[in-house]
Write a protein that binds this ligand. Structure first.
Ligand code: DGT
Length: 230
């Protein structure tokens, strides 16, 4: 934790005078990203940008999230195209705070969710190619970079229980196996660093504990970001 913290401290200093210190909060479905962002939202110098799930649930009256879960082979491309657009919108949003903290990023949409649809054979190859071409173009032509990734690391069975407990309608048919696949993609990308390139240093937090215990992890993290900016 300390050496990772040192590397992001250096990067924070490099960026401090020009643009906000940008943090991506990543982790499996139900890992506690929303709770994490809420903790930071109360701080004066932090702008928190929640994932636009509500926009995905009502695109001119259509629920794209539900369509994707109901028939991923047909609607996966539609949903992921819109996710990519809304994520780009967040990445390019100008904030007047020192720290810009985003729930997920265009990177996890591509490296975890699109990758999962593709690897599972649920996304036809031409759909995948079109999305990937768009993704590569965006990364090349827009600033979607970050300074730190906070990875809320969980076990699939823990997040499965949380997901069932919160009972979001669209997620009622999501099996444990889906969360296991997403977990492995997050692990390969952010923990083992064996798959895709990491757009920033990664700070790993054990997010299996219950929310009360996690409050102290969140405070630790807050202290480290504050130190990076001091
Ligand atoms: P939290 O606060 O850690 O419990 O986070 P959640 O579960 O509220 O937020 P998240 O991003 O893990 O997922 C929200 C829902 O949207 C969930 O059903 C998964 C889905 N989702 C998010 N991003 C993507 C994406 O790029 N592709 C696909 N297929 N689904 C996505």
């Amino acid at each position: 934790l300390r050496s990772r913290s040192e590397s992001f401290t250096k990067m924070a200093r490099d960026y401090m005078n020009s643009q906000p210190f940008t943090v991506f909060v990543e982790g499996n479905i139900g890992s506690g990203k929303t709770t994490f962002l809420k903790h930071f939202a109360s701080l004066d110098n932090v702008a928190t940008l929640s994932e636009p799930v509500d926009r995905w649930r009502n695109v001119r009256g259509k629920n794209f999230l539900d369509l994707m879960y109901t028939d991923p082979s047909r609607w996966g491309i539609t949903f992921q195209t819109y996710v990519q657009l809304t994520m780009l919108d967040l990445h390019t949003q100008v904030v007047d705070k020192t720290v810009k903290m985003m729930e997920r990023s265009i990177h996890s949409a591509r490296y975890c969710f699109v990758e999962n649809l593709h690897q599972s054979g649920l996304m036809p190859e031409p759909d995948f190619i079109a999305l990937d071409e768009w993704f590569n173009w965006i990364v090349k032509n827009h600033d979607v970079s970050g300074n730190l990734i906070i990875y809320l690391r969980t076990s699939p069975d823990v997040v499965h229980k949380r997901m069932l407990a919160r009972a979001r309608t669209e997620e009622s048919c999501v099996p444990l196996e889906y969360l296991e696949k997403l977990h492995q993609l997050h692990e390969d990308w952010l923990f083992h660093r064996s798959s895709f390139s990491c757009p920033a240093p990664v700070l790993i937090i054990d997010a299996n504990q219950d929310l009360n215990l996690m409050a102290s992890e969140f405070s630790n993290c807050e202290a480290q970001i504050a130190e990076a900016l001091s």
